[in-house]
Design a protein around this ligand. Structure first.
Ligand SMILES: NC(=O)c1ccc[n+]([C@@H]2O[C@H](COP(=O)([O-])OP(=O)(O)OC[C@H]3O[C@@H](n4cnc5c(N)ncnc54)[C@H](OP(=O)(O)O)[C@@H]3O)[C@@H](O)[C@H]2O)c1
Length: 348
């Protein structure tokens, strides 16, 4: 029985994966190591320990390689759930001395969120972990007919692509035996973020009957419930033969035929709320101006997120990979549709 370590086990994705491992009896609790950056005397630590008798809980922080190395001792497989510290990815505003003005500069490779991931990966190598599973993101999709490497227009994907490249390098040079890259579908639950930072409980529309959401673009995306991502991750992690998913990259996502544009998502939310909610495509410059100047959001964060809409319009998130359905089928679970998720969030 392999021992599996999971980072971000107290979070949404790691937590859904941990729950699914236990709920579907895929692996005994005593063979799971739940990692948390919280200290042993914290409530997070205690809550994780209370999840199941025998579950091992260990402290590991992306900011502290030795803590990660120590926590991974004895683990055969490591599920690296990507870091939530998105601010590491934001372009920096620096002074251009020649032009005597400030300009935005992209974070160099190794200094964005990939820095946290490299720490965890280097620690895993030192601790002798044989197989790393990395939770990447479902952008940059290429249909098999147009196979070949595709880059992404989305800044949110940059750290993932850099991390994937780092893992490939370690595997190619023989430092790591087995790498599995899981491009996790866009959370169905994350529609408020895509829909102009909308508040599902009603704050986003000030109680108005008709709401228009300005966005930089309106492409379609395949939306996937977090619970289903957790179940599919769990099936992959617990596979009897490590080789079944070894040295592969695949998407976990609902199929392209059910993909929805932001305008369609607005329609679903509007129907659930009994309001008219629509999308107005305004282009990137106006999008940034509106959310920074009129909504008061942080300029670096808005700038980082705005490129997502260009990626959606390019079809990067119209994913058509049957892997999610296949994996869920192994434990008798059917994917939850985005319509159900929206209703659950808006009514709940
Ligand atoms: N597929 C999608 O649509 C989608 C959407 C959102 C995010 N994501 C990505 O998936 C990742 C997981 O998302 P999530 O929704 O599960 O996020 P989340 O609920 O915010 O959980 C993030 C986890 O990171 C851990 N963490 C925070 N700081 C850490 C540190 N310094 N060292 C080690 N662990 C740390 C936290 O655990 P402790 O506090 O216990 O350490 C927490 O469990 C995100 O980080 C993001 O990269 C994907």
């Amino acid at each position: 029985m392999p021992t599996i370590a999971i980072s971000g086990a107290s979070g949404k994705l790691g937590g859904a994966t941990l729950s699914a491992l236990l709920a579907h009896n895929l692996i005994p609790a005593s063979s799971i190591i739940a990692l948390t950056s919280s200290p042993p005397n914290s409530s997070t630590f205690a809550a994780l320990a209370a999840t199941a008798p025998g579950l091992q809980v260990r402290h590991a922080s992306f900011e502290d390689l030795p803590s990660f190395e120590q926590a991974l001792h004895g683990a055969d497989r490591f599920f690296l759930v990507s870091t939530p510290h998105i601010q590491l990815d934001f372009d920096r505003l620096v002074q251009d001395d020649e032009k005597k003005e400030k300009k935005w500069v992209e974070v160099p490779d190794g200094q964005g969120r990939e820095r946290h991931h490299r720490t965890a990966i280097d620690a895993a190598v030192k601790a002798g972990v044989k197989h790393i599973f990395y939770s990447s993101l479902a952008f940059a999709y290429s249909p098999p007919a147009r196979s070949g490497k595709r880059t992404s227009k989305a800044a949110v994907m940059r750290a993932h692509l850099r991390t994937e490249a780092y893992l490939a390098r370690l595997r190619d040079e023989g430092t790591l035996e087995n790498v599995t890259v899981i491009r996790e579908g866009l959370y169905a639950e994350s529609w408020p973020l895509y829909l102009g930072y909308f508040a599902p409980d009603g704050d986003g529309d000030d109680g108005r009957r008709e709401v228009e959401v300005p966005l930089a673009g309106d492409g379609r995306a395949s939306w996937t419930a977090i619970r289903d991502l957790g179940v599919a991750n769990a099936v992959v992690l617990a596979a009897a033969e490590s080789g079944e998913f070894g040295n592969r990259m695949f998407y976990l996502s609902t199929r392209a035929r059910t993909a929805k544009s932001m305008a369609e998502m607005a329609g679903l939310v509007g129907a659930a709320r009994g309001r008219g909610i629509s999308v107005r495509v305004v282009g990137r410059r106006e999008h940034e101006r509106y959310y920074v100047e009129e909504r008061g959001l942080d300029a670096a964060a808005v700038r980082w997120w705005a490129s997502t809409y260009e990626a959606l319009e390019e079809g990067e998130c119209e994913v058509d990979d049957g892997m999610l359905e296949e994996l869920l089928g192994r434990v008798g679970v059917k994917p939850e549709g985005v319509e159900e998720v929206v209703r659950r969030m808006v009514k709940g």
